[in-house]
Every structure is written in C-alpha cells, then in structure tokens.
Design a protein around this ligand. Structure first.
Ligand code: SF4
Length: 351
C-alpha cells in the first residue's frame, strides 16, 4: 500500500509540512466578549470556524506564527466547554448534570479530570506508534465486556489532572519520540474541557488523536472540529438494540454514523471494529456495509482481541472468545465489501 495514501494530513504534520489543527486554532485571533451569553459565543465560534478552514487550506508549513494566549479560537472553545459543564451535554446522553456543583451524570466524572496512566504506547495501529497515550478515567458507555473496566467504571482512578503538568508531560513525550497525543480512556469525551485547557498550554506541532467510542454530542463535535487531526473511532454495534443491551447506550446508530460523517468531513479517520462473538450478522456486517457505502476510503481496522472481561459472563454469547469461523467470517465480510484492513501494515517516516 502506498504510504502517502494513508492519513496524508497526519503524515504531513509528522514531517513538519503542515501545522496541527490545535496549533492553528491557538493562533487564530477571535474577538469575543467572555461575558456574552452562550448563544452569542456559539455564533462567534461558528463564524470563526470558516476562517479556520481557510487557514487550514492556506497555512504555510513553516509559518506557524505567534500563539494568541487570550482570545484565540482555542480559548473560545475552552470557554464554551467550561460553560457547558453546568448542564453537561458533552456526550449524547445529555445528562444535564451541573458538574461545576459536584453533580455527576452517567459517566460519574465531575469537573476535575483524572487519568490513570500515560506512556508511549507501541500497541496501537502501526502508523500511530509510538503514541503518547493518556488514559482518562470514567466513560460514557457501560460495556459489559470492558477490558479497561477498572478505570472506565472508576472516574476518580489515578491522579487528578494538573493542566500545566500534563502539558509539560506532552512536550516531554514528544521529545522522547511520540508521534502524536492519543486521548483515550475510558473515553475522552467527559474530559473535553480539561483537554482543551491542556492543549492551550502546549505549543508543539504534533497530531491530536481522539481515541473514542464516538458517542459525542453534536456540540462536542463542533468543538473538536479544529482540534482533532485523527479520529481513532470505535464502531461497535450495527444496531440500537445491541448497543443498548451491551453498552447501555441509546440512539447509537444515528449518533455514531452522524459523528463519523462529521469526522470524515472535518479530519481523518482510522475506524476500528472489535468483532464480538455472536455479533457478525447483527453488528459486523452492517458496520462494514455502511462504511463501504459512506466512506470507502476509510482506514478500517478489524480487531480480534475480544476476551470475556468485567460482566461479560452474564451474557451467553459474550462469555467466550471468538471462534476461528468468526475470525475468518469477519475477514470475509471486509473483503466482500472491499474495505482495507490495516492490521498487518507497517509504516515508517524514514524516507
Ligand atoms: S459526559 Fe455524557 S455521561 Fe458524562 S455527564 Fe456529560 S452528558 Fe452525562
């Protein structure tokens, strides 16, 4: 496979030929009144995003300019996210919890973000590694088979985020050879306000990877536009019934397909699908079919590492690993619809 055809924007940032999105947003000056009503801030934001897109198309690789520390597009995004905390709608659950007043919604995360670990991950997709992966605590889903259940079900696991310290850590990992910043959990969505704050303190040219279940609200998708360079997105279920039963997530199909389409328009995508035992017909096939119809160029990673964890044993079909027939059957589905599977492809920046 031609290396340059894979995530070309991502590789342009790695080679220093393009600025990453958050860096452009941190330099794009926006006039706004921080005391204005939220609706006014959204209007200013949406107008500024047009300027952002122009800058994205025309920004010379070596003209990263000077960072605007007080009234940039990135500052405005952080302000809007902070305001949203008092009636949280970061994800599609839209709990409306006042997280500034110590209320918590379904994810259990209050205003203070925690992360359980951060390190240079070499187990992600080949073009991403080594990846500076930050595991935020808490999750918007309740997957009965979660392999990270110790942090996804405990929003206070690990240490609380000190934004200045985490931004220094990101710079240090960059100097150690990280190819990107990989925001994951649990799920990064409940931590949107913290992540924007931390990025506001960074100034290195590195791609931002949003490693997520893709259950963000429409408002969160708008704030991520102009920040995220690559969506490393899970597409888990082919229908609402399986999503509700296995992850307690309502309105799944419409939400996830909407968000993948936005992500495809705004940035680049690496789509993941963890094959679940007994879910080839109801989930794997509809997902692969949809991806082949709506984004046939998507980088698709079929994953076979399912093992029964957490409370999976309570669900008859999920209490076992995949059979050989299920592995070969899911590969056959991907071939049938013509998607590329990157699981065994290697990438390097050496030439
Ligand atoms: S992030 Fe989602 S689950 Fe958590 S409080 Fe906000 S709307 Fe609820």
């Amino acid at each position: 496979m031609n290396r340059d055809s894979v995530l070309p924007g991502y590789f342009a940032i790695l080679r220093g030929r393009s600025p990453s999105r958050y860096r452009i947003a941190s330099r794009l000056h926006v006039d706004y009144d921080a005391a204005a009503p939220q609706e006014e801030l959204w209007k200013v934001h949406d107008g500024a995003m047009q300027e952002f897109r122009d800058a994205l198309d025309s920004s010379p690789p070596d003209d990263h300019g000077k960072k605007d520390k007080s009234t940039s597009l990135l500052c405005l995004k952080e302000l809007i996210a902070m305001r949203m905390l008092n009636s949280c709608g970061f994800c599609e659950r839209k709990c409306r919890a006042d997280r500034l007043e110590h209320e918590v919604g379904s994810c259990g995360v209050n205003a203070v973000s925690h992360y359980s670990s951060e390190f240079l991950h070499i187990g992600e997709e080949p073009e991403l590694v080594p990846s500076h992966t930050i595991f935020f605590s808490g999750c918007t889903f309740k997957c009965v088979y979660c392999q990270n259940w110790d942090i996804s079900t405990n929003p206070n696991a690990g240490i609380s985020v000190m934004p200045a310290e985490l931004s220094e850590c990101i710079v240090r990992r960059h100097l150690e050879g990280a190819r990107n910043v990989n925001l994951v959990g649990g799920d990064p969505t409940p931590h949107l306000h913290t992540i924007l704050k931390v990025l506001g303190l960074c100034d290195i040219n590195t791609p931002i990877v949003w490693n997520s279940n893709m259950y963000m609200s429409g408002e969160t998708m708008k704030l991520l536009d102009g920040i995220v360079d690559v969506y490393l997105g899970d597409f888990k279920y082919g229908n609402d019934k399986c999503a509700s039963r296995c992850s307690a997530a309502d309105r799944y199909w419409g939400t996830i397909t909407r968000n993948f389409i936005h992500a495809h328009e705004d940035s680049e995508i690496l789509m993941r699908h963890l094959v679940l035992p007994g879910h080839l017909e109801c989930c794997t096939e509809p997902i692969v079919r949809w991806a082949s119809e709506h984004m046939p160029d998507v980088r698709f990673n079929l994953m076979f590492q399912y093992r029964p964890c957490h409370s999976a044993h309570r669900y008859p079909e999920l209490g076992r690993s995949l059979s050989r027939e299920e592995i070969s059957g899911s590969i056959g589905i991907v071939k049938k619809y013509g998607l590329s599977n990157l699981a065994n492809t290697k990438y390097s920046l050496d030439s």
